[in-house]
Design a protein around this ligand. Structure first.
Ligand SMILES: Cc1cc2nc3c(=O)[nH]c(=O)nc-3n(C[C@H](O)[C@H](O)[C@H](O)COP(=O)(O)OP(=O)(O)OC[C@H]3O[C@@H](n4cnc5c(N)ncnc54)[C@H](O)[C@@H]3O)c2cc1C
Length: 402
């Protein structure tokens, strides 16, 4: 399933949507999306303005509607993991920044979909679906990344509602978002059971988001400093002390879609490698004529296929049992398998593709060079590969009879 040259650029393969994991509405949507994505030309010189541009386009043309449920302007009755995978795979094939802009609308608003009051849902979700509001998810802290329960940000009850103090870092869409879902300790000695979620508007007094973080691939990030940040009582999202569970449920929905994004980047790398190998002349033939090249392309295809099947299985499994499935040990393990395999395999595929380009592979401005940087952080965020390995190891110990 190799991509082909489209009049407007490279087009992702479509045959995978015929797999039994997908339904008729997925098969109808995927080629429309692929055509749409191939026609977009966004200047990505500045990641912040490019991200805003992508959100506006994705909102205007209806694609952000997959980030919320139909009751709030969404495309489908409930969040659908397979649609999210198709969207992220296709967008990442064309532009990892487009994928990022899309994904953050879902991740940043997911907790409101899951646990918001009708008022909170009405205030934010419709605007997320049209791109009028940009969303962000603020969980990580300088001393609490993988170990979420170690967070130090405090939320204390105040006359008007709540006061937040602390630092959140690595926040995607930081200083760009219109609102943040912020997780803070409401019962400091209770570990994971003492965390609550809050909706913090970007203009909230006491919130400073000006400290930007620059990373190796375009990605708007910032540190949030909360100094006596005053929130109304209506800012509490979901049950008091229920924030850890809510954060994990939100990440659970998105985990298979991170795998989808990695898959999109890997497919693009394979497509670039195939196109290059067919045209590059050496030793009186083309690079593609060498068996060593064919073997490498075969290895890349197999790595992609393995990642794809695990990704689609995880998304299908969540959708088939959306109310009971998410959060169950079987789904958590399937999502961990997909995220681990797709991100690690994509890194290998992109590296193999880059090698085929020789010197051009490391030339700034080449697609394969930027993919090499784009893929790296997917092995770290939303649960590093080691965290996924531990989830899988514990699942194996629990479920395998000795
Ligand atoms: C581009 C990018 C975007 C991000 N966006 C967001 C966002 O929008 N919101 C947000 O809240 N956070 C965000 N993050 C933060 C991200 O979730 C954290 O970086 C991640 O959880 C890891 O935390 P850490 O960086 O503190 O690393 P640490 O927790 O210090 O982990 C360092 C390394 O230790 C290893 N490790 C972890 N656990 C174990 C273990 N149990 N045993 C052995 N080794 C282990 C892993 O290799 C890991 O990479 C983003 C990060 C990046 C890079």
């Amino acid at each position: 399933m190799v991509a082909f040259e489209h009049p407007h650029g490279m087009h992702p393969p479509q045959a995978q949507w015929e797999l039994p994991f997908f339904d008729a509405h997925h098969r109808e949507m995927a080629p429309r999306l692929a055509d749409w994505a191939a026609e977009q030309h966004v200047d990505e010189t500045d990641d912040r303005s490019a991200c805003k541009d992508w959100v506006a386009r994705l909102g205007q043309d209806g694609w952000l509607r997959y980030c919320v449920a139909a009751a709030h302007g969404g495309a489908l009755p409930a969040l659908d993991s397979r649609s999210l995978v198709i969207l992220r795979e296709t967008l990442a094939f064309h532009s990892p920044l487009a994928d990022f802009a899309f994904a953050m609308q879902g991740l940043g608003s997911g907790a409101i979909t899951l646990a918001g009051t009708p008022e909170q849902q009405a205030r934010y979700l419709g605007a997320v679906a049209t791109g009028q509001k940009i969303a962000a998810f603020a969980l990580s802290e300088p001393e609490a990344g993988s170990d979420v329960a170690a967070m130090a940000t405090r939320a204390t009850p105040a006359a008007q509602g709540w006061t937040l103090d602390g630092t959140k870092t690595w926040i995607s869409n930081g200083d760009l978002a219109d609102f943040y879902v912020v997780f803070a300790k409401t019962e400091p000695d209770a570990g994971a059971r003492g965390i609550s979620a809050f909706i913090v508007d970007a203009r909230a007094p006491g919130l400073d988001s000006r400290e930007h973080i620059h990373v190796m691939a375009p990605h708007p990030l910032a540190t949030l400093r909360l100094h006596a940040c005053a929130l109304g009582a209506d800012a509490l999202l979901g049950p008091l002390h229920g924030g850890f569970k809510l954060a994990m449920q939100t990440l659970d929905i998105c985990r298979a879609s991170v795998a989808g994004a990695a898959l999109g980047m890997a497919r693009r790398a394979l497509a670039e490698a195939v196109a290059h190998a067919k045209h590059r002349k050496m030793f009186g033939q083309t690079l593609a004529d060498f068996q060593l090249t064919q073997a490498r392309l075969g290895e890349m295809s197999a790595l992609i296929d393995a990642a794809a099947l695990l990704t689609y299985r995880a998304a299908w499994q969540r959708d088939c049992s959306a109310t009971s499935g998410a959060g169950t040990p079987a789904y958590t393990a399937a999502a961990a398998s997909a995220k681990l395999t797709a991100t690690e395999n994509a890194q290998r595929v992109i590296d193999m593709a880059l090698q085929m380009f020789g010197g051009r592979g490391v030339q700034v401005g080449q697609k394969i060079e930027s993919l090499y940087r784009d893929i790296r952080s997917l092995r770290i965020y939303e649960g590093a590969s080691e965290v996924q390995l531990l989830i899988l190891g514990k699942h194996a110990l629990r479920s395998t009879a000795s």
